[in-house]
Design a protein around this ligand. Structure first.
Ligand code: AMP
Ligand code: GLY
Length: 423
């Protein structure tokens, strides 16, 4: 099989590693990739959202399967363009990717399907949104409708804060057209878990859960990031909860998407809040999480490629995915300044020493190769990942590898996994 992976982050490096390990794969390309991915795949200089160029490359090289990593190409119609060209694509159509691309749409689907989620209202008028906030009181959550690179959600502790968020999104358009509408919803309390299901339009197979660490600082302080680390499995997410989420969230959503003529294929990422009243859906994403994907891939025993093929073929009902009963951890090393403006261009040394620590795997995110050196080229730069029979073992291995890395301009959180240890 010939596979084209799309993206350039740590998630895509983990996917490249899992795909390259499949005996079914004879060629693997990645557009645009990164220096770590180049160890597993042939990188081609095509941007992740350059849909015509991606499809042309897939055609010219007789690609059998396209695997989009991030959401942007999906929202922009990569799966639709592949379908037109007769190429299998492990990802949803643009119509189905609206589950992530529009929070108002996601809420509409949840309401129609009876999916448990925070009560909400959608507004296209800022004054009406503010009047609603004043009626409801704080704490309250304000969300920009569209994609905002993870920055479109404000959990407001006061009415004034919520009103300021509405002005920033709707009047000042700090996230552009993503703020043309806002969703205002009730603030839920509980532990957050990322749960993943492979979907073929009609059927879904659980693909495990992980817990992300979204804040930049230790003890979950400071601004939100794309994710500073993850671990799996999260002890709070019991097999019984998984059954509940499959039955009450994933299955009804798939049925509702079929009813709307937009069946969902690919990986459905359920951002969950485990509240006292049961699991509640915070958000859908239409792709793997980053860095959650890294820990899922480290635990995966099954071949990923036939699972993705089965999703494309609509035969996931005949499929099961097996995970190793180990713990896995991913610690993100970021460039100083992240999540603001990161300082790029600094050299990273000691990557070989880190990778030599037993049970450790290093996935690249924002790196660049410069004449034999690896330099920082983004905010989140490296994922230092490890497995262990216990989470403590995995964590100790990951931090031992981090200590072997010589990169004064980088930083990481030292407390990844703390919610599991604090139990
Ligand atoms: P989202 O992009 O919708 O997942 O929101 C980003 C983050 O905001 C989530 O990971 C939660 O930490 C927080 N959040 C979103 N919705 C709510 C809610 N209804 N109640 C409390 N926190 C929320
Ligand atoms: N780590 C959260 C995300 O990928 O959206």
């Amino acid at each position: 099989m010939k596979v084209l992976l799309v993206g350039s982050g740590g998630r895509e490096h983990a996917l490249a590693w899992a795909i390259a390990a499949s005996p079914l794969v004879e060629r693997l390309w990645c557009a645009p990739g990164n220096p770590g991915i180049a160890q597993e795949a042939t990188c081609v200089p095509i941007g992740a959202t350059d849909i015509p160029a991606l499809v042309a490359f897939a055609r010219e090289n007789a690609v059998d399967l396209v695997v989009p990593g991030p959401e942007a190409p999906l929202v922009a119609g990569l799966a639709d363009a592949c379908a037109e060209a007769g190429i299998a694509c492990f990802g949803p159509s643009a119509a189905a990717a609206r589950l992530e691309g529009s929070k108002a749409f996601m809420k509409e689907v949840c309401a129609a399907a009876g999916v448990p989620t925070a009560p909400s209202a959608t507004f296209t008028d800022a004054e009406a949104a503010k009047a609603h906030v004043r009626r409801e009181g704080a704490p309250i959550v304000v969300k920009a409708d569209g994609l905002a690179a993870g920055k479109g959600v404000v959990v407001a502790a006061t009415v004034a804060e919520a009103e300021a968020a509405i002005d920033a999104f709707m009047r000042d358009r700090v996230h552009g057209e993503a703020g043309a509408a806002v969703v205002i919803e009730a603030c839920l309390v509980g532990e957050e878990v990322s749960f993943f299901a492979l979907c073929d339009g009609a059927h879904a197979v659980p693909f495990g859960a992980a817990q992300d660490h979204k804040r930049v600082g230790e003890g979950d302080t400071g601004p939100n990031t794309g994710g500073m680390g993850a671990y799996a499995p999260p002890p709070a997410f019991t097999p019984e909860l998984e059954r509940q989420v499959m039955a009450a969230i994933v299955q009804p959503t798939l049925a509702e998407m079929v009813r709307r003529g937009a069946p969902f294929r690919g990986v459905l990422f359920c951002g969950l809040m485990l509240t006292e009243a049961g699991p509640r859906l915070l958000e859908f994403n239409v792709r793997f999480g980053d860095p959650e994907c890294q820990v899922l891939m480290l635990r995966l025993m099954s071949d990923l490629v036939p699972a993705m093929q089965a999703a494309c073929d609509g035969v996931l009902d005949r499929f099961a995915v097996r995970f190793e009963p180990v713990s896995a951890i991913a610690v993100v090393m970021a460039a100083r300044g992240y999540p603001g403006t990161p300082v790029t261009g600094s050299e990273i040394r000691g990557l070989d020493r880190a990778a030599a620590v037993p049970k450790v795997r290093v996935f690249h995110a924002g790196t660049r190769a410069e004449g034999g050196r690896i330099v920082a080229a983004g905010g989140r730069v490296l994922n230092i990942c490890a497995t262990g029979t216990t989470l403590a073992e995995a964590r100790d291995a990951a931090y031992a590898a981090i200590d072997a890395i010589d990169w004064p301009e980088g930083f990481c959180r030292r407390d990844i996994g703390h919610r599991a240890f604090g139990r």
